[in-house]
Ligand binder design. Structure first.
Ligand code: SF4
Length: 413
């Protein structure tokens, strides 16, 4: 469009940007003057094009416009020499309040977009015939499900059977616990998978706060037993610092890990991926706070010192400077842009460098680590994936669950 307009001498770049800013889903930041106060709320807002709210466009259909890798090597994310990486779902029918996948991706009705088996087979066989690539990495297989609002495993199982029948090896990333049963484990094993990953995140009584009430501890022991039966390692995603979590909960989380370790055969790896809840813009948790590095490191210490069963391997960002800068990136407001501009020329940026950048620019990092008032406007609320009023209602219901949980804690003590 721009080239056409330019060739016809119709628009300058500025005029052109103004013109397209009226199209659905187009956001031109330079047309907005947004003043943000010390605490990170919008103090003044002017839209020079008169468009006060930009509704995001929905992602393209995954069948017609599949997303897949053209080429990979051993230096790509996974250890295989070559593999076809293929997105089988976009969005998620579950709407965990801390997760962008469930809120910013997917169809207009909020459900996950899905690819179909025919398209996966066509792409996989095409790659195999050209390069002999047998491994097919199915991205977002946790959301690859058969219709309906919930998640089930029949779509994934049928795809694994089909790929395997053509001599291909499908690999899944993390799976939803609702998909896990004996047949799925068997199919994964038949496809050459050596481990499975699930995301229980926290202890049973806190899971309702993060939308995972459907995961019972019993199901986790069942997963460990399935790993024993099918000779597979178990990886679990765990979070620290979720709303309402106390040190007692962290000790209980360690106890849960110990019990899973006792259930899992000694010769099988148990890997715990433990990270803070990074609060992200455009999710219902956007009003909550990411714990400060020193706080999440304290929790991590409590967790680790209460792990009695070995071997238990931990993988975490908590020991890395990422635990300080990720909250800036996942909020991504004007101040974080200033910090990035200040630091981008440095080759190696340490945690101290990040902190110094705030001091040198005279900016406080407080807003990235503190709770926000649900009734006040955040600097990204003129852009919408999910309706911001709906997200505010979910934030409020999380606050209610949290205070209920904290009052139970008081009574139990
Ligand atoms: S189930 Fe997983 S992918 Fe889906 S919304 Fe929850 S965390 Fe995100």
């Amino acid at each position: 469009m721009y080239e056409n307009a330019r060739d016809q001498n119709r628009f300058s770049k500025k005029e052109f940007l103004y013109e397209i800013s009226g199209l659905p889903g187009v956001y031109v930041p330079s047309l907005y003057d947004i003043e943000v106060d010390e605490d990170g709320y919008v103090a003044d807002f002017i839209a020079h094009n008169g468009v006060n709210f930009i509704q995001s466009n929905v992602a393209l259909d995954l069948v017609e416009h599949p997303i897949y890798s053209l080429w990979t090597s051993k230096k790509s994310c996974y250890e295989y020499d070559d593999y076809l990486s293929l997105m089988v779902a976009m969005g998620c029918n579950k709407k965990c309040p801390y997760c962008v996948v469930g809120t910013v991706q997917g169809a207009r009705d909020g459900k996950a977009l899905q690819i179909n088996h025919e398209q996966v087979l066509r792409l996989a066989l095409d790659r195999y015939s050209q390069y002999g690539t047998r491994i097919v990495k199915l991205f977002f297989s946790s959301a690859f499900s058969d219709g309906g609002d919930d998640i089930n495993s029949s779509n994934l199982k049928n795809l694994l059977i089909k790929l395997n029948s053509f001599g291909l090896q499908a690999k899944t990333g993390s799976l939803n616990i609702k998909q896990a049963d004996d047949e799925l484990f068997e199919l994964l094993k038949a496809n050459g998978q050596a481990d499975v990953t699930f995301a229980p995140e926290t202890v049973e009584h806190l899971r309702p706060i993060i939308g995972k009430a459907y995961i019972s501890d019993d199901k986790l022991f069942y997963l460990a037993e399935q790993c024993n039966k099918h000779n597979m390692s178990l990886k679990l995603y765990m979070l620290g610092g979720i709303p309402g979590e106390t040190d007692r909960d962290t000790i209980m989380q360690a106890d849960l890990i110990n019990r899973i370790r006792r259930t899992l055969r000694r010769d099988l790896l148990l890997e715990i991926h433990y990270n803070p809840v990074f609060v992200k813009a455009q999710t219902p948790l956007q009003h909550f706070a990411t714990p400060r590095p020193e706080e999440i490191r304290r929790k991590y210490h409590i967790l680790k010192t209460n792990i009695t069963e070995q071997p238990t391997v931990f993988v975490t960002t908590i020991t890395d400077s990422m635990v300080y800068y990720q909250p800036l990136l996942s909020i991504g407001d004007f101040n974080s842009a200033k910090i990035l501009a200040h630091l981008y020329k440095k080759k190696r940026v340490t945690e101290e460098d990040w902190k110094h950048a705030f001091v040198e620019l005279g900016i406080s990092d407080e807003r990235y680590f503190k709770r926000k008032d649900i009734s006040r406007k955040l600097p990204w609320q003129h852009i919408g994936y999910v309706d911001h009023d709906k997200m505010a209602k979910r934030s409020q219901s999380i606050l209610n669950l949290e205070s209920k949980r904290l009052s139970i804690n008081v009574v139990e003590h």
